[in-house]
Design a protein around this ligand. Structure first.
Ligand SMILES: NC(=O)c1ccc[n+]([C@@H]2O[C@H](COP(=O)([O-])OP(=O)(O)OC[C@H]3O[C@@H](n4cnc5c(N)ncnc54)[C@H](O)[C@@H]3O)[C@@H](O)[C@H]2O)c1
Ligand SMILES: [Zn+2]
Length: 365
């Protein structure tokens, strides 16, 4: 599996680290326009000080960069610069750069090593770990890709200082998810230090990042190709979230925001199907209640959507399967499982209505 380094700066002693991982000092460094502006000079300088040869590539900072067109342009720059199998690629940025960089590394010259250097909270705790790399197709997101594990994941939580608060909350959704699905002690830490972590206070921030990354790595190690249902538990809250994202045309709600709402629905469904006791469900909802959304988002993107439409959008995501929804549910806080049995639409709709009640009670906006 990959080695994960969580440190400030994560680039200290990089030459030695590359040597121990049998990585050459010939590195394609991929940024998006933002990470280039914020970290480009510092990272390239560090690499040059350590004797690296580099090729720098920059893509626009947007989801549409995860395309074959962009990949093709980058392949061209790499071929022109005589990049061959002896090189590796370092992706510096959020999930967009990580997925695109991983995709290029997996395919270029039949595969070169990739080093992930995540700079968003979501990338540090989720997308950079686990080796799923992909680009989008006009007919759907993340449809074209590989399993290509990174050799190294370099995480420097201090790089989050420039990240907008909305993106911090988005990443926090996945962080809290790890507590819900796999680690009750971590969940207690999150309850105690939620505000500290969102404010990027140490040592809580690094602890949260380390634990989250470790949990994802552990789950992936035990179920790399999604064979035994364990990796599927990483999708806690995501069945609902995908419906919300689709309802908002994948534009008007962030993934993490949808997951936050989706986890509230999944907590309620876990309780109402008799798996999670009421007290634990409430404790989970109290933690969800700490999240903040942009003004009007909850109202427009959740409360105003009628249940059957949301359910339809949750289903349409799965049209290629058997038109059955699968839910990840909790047995208790810190223990998730993939519920293989069908759940009645009425029960799903009921959970959605109760989640709406929860959010409108607590959130006047
Ligand atoms: N491969 C996986 O397992 C996996 C898992 C989850 C999500 N994803 C993918 O990840 C992508 C979303 O990733 P994301 O949320 O990181 O979005 P992103 O990569 O678009 O980054 C969000 C924004 O933050 C900017 N940014 C990055 N680091 C910054 C910093 N330190 N300071 C200021 N701004 C910074 C980026 O330029 C961008 O504008 C999606 O394409 C999704 O499909 C992949
Ligand atoms: Zn997610």
């Amino acid at each position: 599996m990959s080695s994960i380094v969580v440190a400030t700066p994560a680039t200290a002693g990089l030459g030695e680290l590359f040597r121990t991982h049998k990585l050459s000092k010939k590195t394609v460094v991929l940024f998006d326009a933002n990470t280039k502006r914020l970290f480009g000079e510092d990272i390239l300088q560090t690499l040059h000080n350590e004797g690296f040869r580099t090729l720098e590539l920059v893509v626009p900072a947007r989801e549409t960069s995860k395309s074959l067109t962009t990949a093709n342009r980058l392949y061209g720059s790499m071929i022109e610069a005589d990049v061959d199998r002896s090189w590796n690629l370092m992706a510096v940025g959020g999930g967009v750069v990580g997925d695109l960089g991983g995709y290029i590394a997996a395919s270029y010259y039949r595969g070169i090593p990739v080093i992930q250097f995540p700079t968003t909270l979501l990338a540090m705790t989720d997308s950079s770990i686990g080796g799923k790399v992909a680009i989008n197709h006009p007919l759907g997101k993340n449809l074209i890709g590989f399993f290509h594990l990174p050799e190294l994941i370099l995480i420097d939580p201090s790089r989050l200082k420039t990240l907008p608060l909305r993106e911090i909350y988005s990443g926090m959704a996945e962080v809290v998810k790890y507590g819900f699905i796999a680690d009750a002690a971590f969940l207690a830490l999150l309850e105690e230090h939620f505000t500290d972590i969102v404010a990027l206070q140490e040592p809580w921030l690094s602890e949260a990042v380390r634990k989250s990354a470790g949990t994802k790595e552990d789950v992936v190690r035990r179920d790399f190709r999604e064979m035994n249902g364990l990796r599927a538990t990483l999708n806690f809250g995501h069945t609902f979230a995908h419906g919300l994202e689709k309802s908002a045309e994948y534009r008007h709600i962030g993934h993490g925001e949808a997951v936050t709402i989706g986890m509230a629905c999944a907590l309620i469904l876990s309780r109402d199907l008799g798996f999670l006791n009421g007290q634990e469900c409430q404790r989970g909802l109290n933690l969800i209640n700490r999240f903040r959304f942009p003004k009007g988002l909850l109202k427009k993107r959740f409360l105003a959507i009628d249940g059957p439409t949301l359910l339809h959008n949750m289903l349409s995501d799965k049209k290629k399967l058997d038109r059955k929804l699968r839910f990840v549910l909790l047995k208790q806080l810190g223990e998730a499982f993939l519920h293989e049995k069908d759940v009645d639409d009425t029960q799903v709709l009921d959970a959605i209505e109760k989640a709406k009640e929860f959010f409108s009670l607590k959130r006047p906006d």
